[in-house]
Design a protein around this ligand. Structure first.
Ligand SMILES: *[C@@H]1O[C@H](CO)[C@@H](O)[C@H](O)[C@H]1NC(C)=O
Ligand SMILES: *[C@@H]1O[C@H](CO)[C@@H](O)[C@H](O)[C@H]1NC(C)=O
Ligand SMILES: *[C@@H]1O[C@H](CO)[C@@H](O)[C@H](O)[C@H]1NC(C)=O
Ligand SMILES: *[C@@H]1O[C@H](CO)[C@@H](O)[C@H](O)[C@H]1NC(C)=O
Ligand SMILES: *[C@@H]1O[C@H](CO)[C@@H](O)[C@H](O)[C@H]1NC(C)=O
Length: 352
C-alpha cells in the first residue's frame, strides 16, 4: 500500500518535472531557431508567381495571385509560423499549372510556367548566389514539395484522346493499367530526382514530400472516373511513399538531408469532412470556369454561399479549406516530422 503510494508520488513528481520542463520549453522565446521554408508546387501552392507574369487568375473573381477566393495555405502557414518563430523566411518557387515532369503541352501553351525541374533549378541558382540562408545548427531550411496533379490531368486527357482515336479507327486503345504504371513511375522519378538534386547541393536540411492531392474529390473529375482516379492517386502515393522511405537513409547519411514523407493523400481527403462549420456543398464549386484558369475570362458567375463550399472552382478548394489544410492538416504533421517546425508553435492558440 505505502509502497504503492510512494511510487505514485514518485510518478507524479516525475510527471510534474516533465511538465515543468515542457512548459519552460514552451515559454522560451522562439528566437533560437531560424526557419526558412522553400516551396515547390503548382496552383495550390503558388501565391503570386504566375500572377506577376500573366495577370491570371482573373482577380475579378480570384483573390489576387491566388487560385482561390482568399489567402492560400502558404499564406496561412506563413502567418502562423512567423508569429511563433521570430526569424522565419518563406521562399515560394511554385507556379500554377506546373507539372512534376517536363510537359510539352504546357511548355508550348504557357512557356513561363516553371515545372518542378525548372523550379528546382531556380532555387539552386538562388542558393548558389547566396540568396538563401544556409542550413546550420540553428537554421532549418525546409523544402516542401507538392506537385503531380497536373501530370495526372494531362495524362488523363491524352489517354482519353488516344482512346477516342482508337475507337474511331476501330483499333485497340492504350492499356489503362500500363498507362497508370508509366504515369506513376514518371511522377515518382521526377519528384525524387528533384529532391535528390536539392539534397546534393547541401542547400536544405529537410525535404518534405506531400502526397498527390485528392484530385478525385474535385468537381472537374466526372463521377464515372472518380473510382479510377482514386485508385491512381493511391497507387502513385504508394510508389512515392515506398521510394521516399527507401531513400531516406541514403539522404541522411550521404547527403546530410532529412527526407520526410508526409503520409498519403487520405489525410487531405478527410480534412474536407472535419472542418467546422462543415461545408454544405462539397460537390459543386462556387464558380465553374469553362476554360483554363490561365485564360482571363470576364463573364463567370460566382455563387453567393462560398463559405459553404469545399471547392471555389472545379479544381481548386476555397480559402476556408486552405486555412484548415495549413493549420489542422500540414502544421501538426510538420511538427511531428522530427521538429521541422518547432513544437512550441502552439496549435491551440491560433486555430479558429
Ligand atoms: C525549363 O527547363 C527546360 C529544360 O532545362 C528549359 O528548356 C525551359 O526553358 C525551362 N523553362 C523555364 C520557364 O524556365
Ligand atoms: C535570421 O535567419 C537567417 C537565416 O535564416 C540568418 O542569416 C539571420 O542572421 C537571422 N537573423 C537574426 C536577427 O537572427
Ligand atoms: C471493327 O473491327 C472488327 C474486328 O476487328 C470488325 O468485326 C468490325 O466490323 C469493325 N467495325 C468497323 C465499323 O469497321
Ligand atoms: C450544390 O450547389 C449546386 C449549384 O451551385 C446545386 O445544384 C446543388 O444542389 C448543391 N448541393 C447541395 C448538397 O447543396
Ligand atoms: C463568355 O466570354 C467568352 C469569351 O471570353 C465567350 O466565348 C462566351 O461565349 C461568353 N459566355 C457567355 C455565357 O456570355
Amino acid at each position: 500500500m505505502s509502497r504503492c503510494r510512494t511510487s505514485t508520488a514518485r510518478l507524479s513528481l516525475a510527471l510534474f518535472a516533465a511538465l515543468a520542463i515542457n512548459s519552460a520549453f514552451a515559454l522560451r522565446p522562439a528566437s533560437d531557431t531560424n526557419l526558412v521554408l522553400v516551396l515547390e508546387g503548382d496552383s495550390l501552392t503558388d501565391n503570386g508567381n504566375v500572377f506577376k507574369l500573366l495577370g491570371v487568375p482573373n482577380s475579378k473573381f480570384y483573390f489576387p495571385g491566388r487560385f482561390t477566393n482568399g489567402p492560400n495555405w502558404v499564406d496561412y502557414l506563413t502567418d502562423t509560423v512567423t508569429k511563433f518563430v521570430k526569424n522565419a523566411t518563406v521562399l515560394n518557387y511554385a507556379y500554377g499549372g506546373a507539372t512534376a515532369c517536363a510537359n510539352s503541352e504546357t511548355a508550348t501553351a504557357v512557356p513561363v510556367i516553371k515545372d518542378l525541374g525548372n523550379q528546382t533549378a531556380a532555387f539552386l541558382a538562388d542558393a548558389a548566389a547566396g540568396k538563401v540562408p544556409k542550413p546550420s545548427a540553428d537554421t532549418r531550411v525546409v523544402l516542401i514539395q507538392w506537385v503531380g496533379s497536373n501530370d495526372i490531368d494531362s495524362a488523363l486527357r491524352q489517354l482519353a484522346a488516344a482512346q477516342a482515336a482508337a475507337a474511331a479507327a476501330n483499333t485497340t486503345g492504350p492499356d489503362l493499367q500500363t498507362a497508370g504504371i508509366a504515369l506513376a513511375t514518371s511522377i515518382v522519378t521526377c519528384r525524387l530526382t528533384a529532391a535528390q538534386a536539392v539534397a546534393a547541393s547541401g542547400a536544405v536540411s529537410d525535404i518534405v514530400l506531400l502526397p498527390i492531392s485528392p484530385l478525385y474529390q474535385a468537381p472537374a473529375v466526372p463521377a464515372e472516373f472518380k473510382a479510377a482516379v482514386t485508385q491512381l492517386v493511391g497507387f502513385i502515393d504508394g510508389a512515392l511513399s515506398a521510394q521516399a522511405k527507401s531513400l531516406a537513409g541514403t539522404f541522411s547519411s550521404a547527403l546530410k538531408t532529412r527526407l520526410h514523407w508526409a503520409g498519403d493523400s487520405s489525410w487531405i481527403d478527410k480534412l474536407s469532412t472535419t472542418i467546422v462549420p462543415p461545408f454544405k456543398n462539397t460537390t459543386y464549386p462556387c464558380l465553374w470556369n469553362p476554360r483554363s484558369v490561365l485564360e482571363k475570362i470576364d463573364n463567370l458567375t460566382l455563387c453567393t454561399d462560398v463559405e459553404d463550399r469545399y471547392f471555389f472552382d472545379q479544381i481548386h478548394p476555397t480559402t476556408r479549406f486552405h486555412k484548415h489544410f495549413a493549420l489542422k492538416g500540414l502544421l501538426p504533421r510538420l511538427q511531428q516530422l522530427k521538429g521541422v517546425v518547432p513544437r512550441r508553435v502552439a496549435l491551440n492558440r491560433f486555430i479558429v
